[in-house]
Ligand binder design. Structure first.
Ligand code: T3D
Length: 259
């Protein structure tokens, strides 16, 4: 497959995928999603690769779903979109023995935030921000946000972040345990690559460590992803979601009615 919306390279046991739509803060279109899934599938099937390194180009990591394709006329079924486009990514990242690292170079919002949370390790630039943006546009969390976030930061903080949709800056993310390390923007790619190559050079047990942790999580994760999709189907049909998307595209605050 020729990639237009991602960059993909393999070196020293590490497959690096760079989301590459900087003009839209690397928001996911169906094409970028399909390219990302294809690259992950390739890396997962390549015996020389033991680590995935995921990052974004420009000033963002990923702003989640591209909302320009989500007007009332074009939005379609959000539940189906999650089942086809997002849940397979999250499941592959968790099911594989290969280690997934997110190098969060800038803002990570919505499904972009939860893509980072699904990875085994996150290293953030001082400019990174984490936003559970769903509520801002009238949606519920998806891509595993309702699964990973409470496990990472505890129930109380998770509810605060999900219900209020406020921005978590990099240092706060470190304090909360959302990320393993914060470095300057200049250091991010070198430090993330060093971490990735270290895991790629690690003993056989690296994959077994992931399997051990996954065993306690995976059955619940699969069920939760499906449940999120069914809830997002409801949210996607609401008047508030249409208003949320319209307001985002018109660069104004939404006026929600609870309907
Ligand atoms: O639909 C389904 O299939 C279900 C799945 C849903 C999963 C989801 O991810 S839902 C959540 C979608 N994402 C969001 O709600 C986040 C939307 N973006 C933002 O809230 C803000 O852009 C940020 C907080 C991330 C960053 O703010 P800021 O002020 O730094 O940048 P900006 O000016 O808002 O954005 C810069 C450009 O990127 C701008 O384009 P322009 O005006 O320069 O032409 C903006 O429209 C574009 N952009 C940012 N995010 C998206 C986007 N374009 C399309 N979709 C986006 N998600």
């Amino acid at each position: 497959m020729n990639y237009e919306n991602i960059l993909y390279e393999k070196q020293n046991g590490v497959a690096t995928i760079t989301l590459n739509r900087p003009q839209a803060l690397n928001a996911f279109t169906p094409q970028m999603n399909s390219e990302f899934q294809d690259a992950l599938r390739d890396a997962d099937g390549d015996k020389s690769i033991r680590c995935f390194l995921i990052t974004g180009s420009g000033r963002a990591f990923c702003a989640g779903q591209d909302l320009k394709g989500r007007t009332p006329e074009t939005k379609g079924s959000l539940g189906e979109s999650l089942r086809e486009r997002y849940n397979p990514i999250i499941l592959r990242l968790r099911r594989t023995e290969k280690i997934a690292i997110a190098a969060v170079n800038g803002v990570a919002a919505g499904a972009g935030c939860n893509l980072a949370l699904a990875c085994d390790l996150r290293i953030a630039s001082e400019e990174a921000k984490f936003i559970q943006a769903f509520v801002r546009v009238g949606l519920a969390p998806d891509s595993g946000g309702s699964f990973f976030l409470p496990r990472l930061v505890g129930l109380s903080k998770a509810m605060e972040l999900l219900l209020l949709g406020e921005t978590v800056e990099a240092q706060e993310a470190l304090r909360l345990g959302l990320v393993a390390k914060v470095v300057s923007p200049d250091e991010l790619s070198t430090t993330a690559r060093e971490m990735a190559e270290k895991t790629a050079r690690g003993p056989r047990s690296i994959g077994l460590i992931k399997r051990a942790v996954n065993r306690s999580l995976l059955p619940e994760l699969e069920a939760q992803l499906e449940y999120e999709a069914s809830l997002q189907e409801i949210a996607g049909r609401s008047a508030d979601y249409d208003e949320g998307v319209r307001a985002f595209l018109e660069k104004r605050s939404p006026i929600f009615t609870g309907k």
